[in-house]
Design a protein around this ligand. Structure first.
Ligand code: GDP
Ligand code: MG
Length: 357
């Protein structure tokens, strides 16, 4: 199974595209569109809450293996307030290190070929030096009354299929790792108890598994697993699942909780971070927003070290060790990528980093 994030600024056409590619399912600040028709099952994840909520964007991306960035004909125009969010999406994709993805140039019916050429060139300049620099741009529309209705959509679908094939080969390797399921929704079902929705990030989740839920660090048992409404004995890496859990209540589970045998749990962090070039300096005692997996939490900068020396601030593009302190328990593993954001800036994403030690 392949999970794809469909992201972009407001009015980038991302909802129209997601609705064209799949059937609407679970919906909150992130909305799932399922496609079970093709031989390969896919879930398209749209961060409905973005740009208001940066959390929705990061969660949608961390659920997915393939991102599709939607850019409308005026998506980069300076006098369009949405353009800053197109930029923010590019920074997010780059910091998260997505090597492969697609750029959809949406609403092709409402522009002309010269404008599309110009947009293509602007995107090349903007993405130079980022992980997006070689991504394919596909011009599309989802307008059935257009002169060329659904132009480019078939091309987009076949590219998605090609990428999904590669992703599935990589997912097969992830099956050997310890099982981790990232939870994105949790609720109570009358007569069934606690049901969580999420994605198997690695390993294989099995019915009747005795495991744990983090950051609660509580023993739980898996009572049943479904995917796309079909019961399963086991769910491999990449599967979007609904799982019934024993020994925990839905009201105690938040987005980002992890089903796993072992995770690190903490409220304080020492991260080896690289600041984005597209942010401002970070200073000691400033408050940032930390993201890891599907969790997020405000943290305060306690200490900054550059080349082992304690400093007051660190500048864009520079690598440093940041000591951060928060209040809420967060679960993660050593390999997990952290993002830091400054919610006071218009382009909010500030840095990426990994836990040290
Ligand atoms: N002409 C045209 N309009 C579109 C197309 N896709 C979306 N729109 C319109 O653009 C507006 C924003 O689209 P929507 O999908 O809601 O964008 P979102 O804000 O990114 O989710 C809506 O009025 C859509 O009807 C398209 O391919 N062609
Ligand atoms: Mg929308």
């Amino acid at each position: 199974m392949t999970n794809l994030a469909i992201i972009g600024a407001e009015k980038s056409g991302r909802t129209s595209l997601a609705a064209n590619l799949g059937k609407k399912g679970t919906s909150s600040d992130i909305t799932m569109y399922n496609n079970d028709e093709e031989s390969r099952k896919m879930v398209f994840v749209e961060p409905q809450g973005y740009p208001k909520s940066l959390k929705s964007l990061v969660a949608a991306l961390n659920i997915s293996e393939i991102p599709i960035l939607c850019i409308s004909p005026n998506g980069l125009e300076r006098d369009n307030p949405a353009s800053v969010h197109t930029g923010e999406c590019i920074v997010a994709l780059d910091l998260l290190g997505f090597k492969n993805g697609i750029i959809a140039l949406t609403k092709s019916d409402s522009t002309h070929i010269h404008a599309i050429d110009k947009l293509n060139k602007e995107i090349k300049v903007m993405t130079a030096g980022t992980t997006l620099q070689d991504w394919k741009c596909i011009s599309i529309n989802t307008n059935k009354s257009a002169k060329k209705p659904f132009e480019g959509v078939e091309d987009l679908r076949s590219r998605i299929n090609l990428m999904a094939e590669k992703i599935e080969a990589e997912q097969a390797k992830l099956n050997k790792l310890p099982t981790r399921v990232f939870i994105d929704h949790a609720f109570n079902v009358t007569g069934k108890g606690c049901v969580v929705l999420g994605v198997v990030k690695q390993g294989i989740s099995r019915d009747k598994d005795k495991t744990k839920i983090f950051p609660m660090n509580r023993d739980i048992e898996i009572r049943s697993i479904q995917s796309h409404d079909v019961d399963m004995e086991s769910a491999p890496a990449g599967t979007r699942v609904g799982i019934r859990l024993k020994n925990v209540q839905a009201k105690d589970i938040e987005r980002g909780f992890i089903i796993s045998d072992k995770e690190i749990v903490s409220t304080d962090y020492i991260l080896e971070c690289t600041l984005s070039k597209f942010t401002r300096k970070i200073e000691v005692s400033s408050v940032l927003h930390l993201f890891v997996g599907l969790q997020s939490e405000p943290v305060r900068v306690k200490k900054i070290l550059v080349d082992g020396q304690e400093v007051r601030e660190v500048k864009p593009g520079i690598t440093s060790v940041l000591e951060l302190s928060g209040n809420k328990k967060v679960a993660y593993s050593k390999e997990d990528l952290f993002l830091l954001a400054n919610l006071d800036l218009t382009q909010r994403l500030a840095a990426r980093g990994f836990s040290k030690g």
